[in-house]
Ligand binder design. Sequence first.
Ligand code: NAP
Length: 271
Amino acid sequence: MIRPLPGRLVLIGDPVTHSLSPRFQNAALRSAAIPLQYEAIKVSAADLASVVADLAAVSATGNITIPHKVSFAALCRTLTGAAEIAGAVNTFWVENGVLHGDNTDVEGFNFAVERLLGSTPIRQTVALLGAGGAAAAVLSAANQWQETSITIWNRTREKSVAVAERFGGVRVAAVSEQAVKDATLVVNATSIGMTDDSFPVDPALIPETASVLDIVCRIGGTAWVRAARGRGLNASDGREMLIAQGAASFRRWFGLEPDVAAMRGAIGLTG
Ligand code: NAP
């Protein structure tokens, strides 16, 4: 059954113009005949708390993106288990004036990996590039996989050390080449490649039997994934994860199953 409609449905981030979420969430809203518009709003770190207070006052609901997932978690009165473990929020809603946070990136990432590997992930040697909010969701998911080891690399080393300590058993690499050396699965959870064609690591350094998941999303895919495929690697960009996390958010907001085919079509995914 559909829940009471929120006052607004928003994506909060900075930048937000690159985001594909308005395309597919608005397609799902139209398909379900829900009279709301999903709006992307640019909010700086300095303004986050006051904007969120204004949005809570109108019972808004929505998503959080780069770079606010971790700081938003601290503003929520309650967190789901997934958001608590990740320490990051990508989905929020307001009930009786109380702000709640969830993290559907964890579910979305697991879905995308299963699709890429063609099976439930097990016995993986994961190289994780990045230590922000999305990387925390990747760690939450991969930490649950059986017989799996994880090495993390991040531009700002202190952040990778902090996140590795929080999750436990995660190795920290000094350079990205070291992280990917023996990997069976390489995940880009940095924002490299989001607005240009730069690479988080040279695909030539990735073992030829490894799979590559770039969680960055772009219409037509990312240059890094194209280069990895050009080397014969099994590689996918972040659009499968994006749809899966977005569908989970939609269920959370409305208690309804979204039209996933319409969502996929809106960002050029087929099959
Ligand atoms: P975030 O919390 O702001 O973290 C950004 C990460 O990227 C940090 O590790 C940062 O390193 C790194 N980074 C940024 N610019 C860099 C550069 N020039 N060189 C090296 N590292 C750089 O952002 P986030 O929320 O984790 O999002 C990261 C990316 O994942 C974004 O592109 C986002 O759109 C994408 N994402 C996709 C999905 C999906 O469903 N497909 C879901 C979530 C996120 P420092 O710590 O050194 O700054």
